[in-house]
Design a protein around this ligand. Structure first.
Ligand code: PMT
Length: 225
């Protein structure tokens, strides 16, 4: 689309969980459904942006109008994000597994019958947001991270924004009782360099539209100066 507040902009979004293989049939994952990230992609398209959506395994359809790249693991997600650059805005909504199995088994791990348990050695995954935020050349102008916390939400998310090098962080409480992971509603705090803006609980679609409106306002503000 050539009209809309994000016309001519490329917006890159990650969404969903990653699956980290343990053996050919088992994996490490989390409860992310992709609903929030996919809603952001739809809102960016509606605002006229060119959108690349890099998605882990989800049950959702690809949003119409986006270039969607499907991946399984964190390493694949990082490669797909790199391949999609340059972008004006990058929004990291995916729930990337922090760890993967050090050496996934080639064959299905069998029970031994004597009650012996397999030892699962983990190694850290690359941090996609941190990697892109620290690019020396070609860094997107605006990098928005998310922070999924279950306690001290604003304090932990504020620290995460700084440690990872994001411009903005969208913090949400993913404690079981909130139903945020996998659910249709969210209550977020937008953390910038200058402060915290706590939004009321709303649908994930409304969170997405509000976030995209904030991004459009920032870009238009920058263009005027
Ligand atoms: O998918 P839904 O069911 O709709 O749920 C939405 C959500 C709760 C998953 C979403 O709103 C959310 O909070 N996404 C971030 C999930 C997460 O894993 O957050 P984190 O606090 O662990 O990570 C912080 C930031 O670093 C995130 O932007 C994450 O994408 C990024 N990250 C983390 C680890 C890693 N290896 N690479 C990353 O890029």
């Amino acid at each position: 689309s050539s009209s809309g507040s994000l016309a001519g902009r490329h917006v890159l979004i990650t969404s969903g969980p990653t699956h980290e293989p343990i053996d050919p049939v088992r994996y490490i994952a989390n409860r992310s459904s992709g609903k929030q990230g996919h809603a952001i992609a739809a809102a960016a398209i509606a605002a006229g942006a060119r959108v690349t959506l890099v998605s882990g395994p989800v049950a959702l359809g690809a949003p119409a109008g986006a270039t969607t790249v499907q991946v399984q693991t964190a390493e694949e997600m990082l490669n797909a994000v790199r391949a999609a650059l340059p972008a004006d805005v990058a929004i990291f909504c995916a729930a990337v597994a922090d760890w993967r199995a050090a050496s996934p088994a080639d064959e299905k791990i069998k029970k031994t019958g004597d009650g012996e348990k397999p030892q699962l050695e983990l190694v850290e995954n690359p941090d996609i947001l941190k990697t892109i935020a620290h690019m020396k050349t070609g860094r997107p102008n605006l990098i928005v991270g998310f922070a999924a916390e279950t306690e001290n939400v604003i304090a932990f998310a504020t620290r995460k924004r700084r440690n990872k090098g994001a411009d903005w962080t969208v913090a949400n409480d993913v404690s079981t009782h909130t139903g945020v992971m996998g659910g249709d509603r969210n209550r977020v705090h937008l953390i910038t360099e200058t402060g915290v803006d706590s939004w009321p609980e709303m649908s994930k679609r409304e969170v997405a539209e509000t976030l995209i409106a904030r991004i459009s306002a920032l870009l238009h503000d920058k263009a005027r100066r």
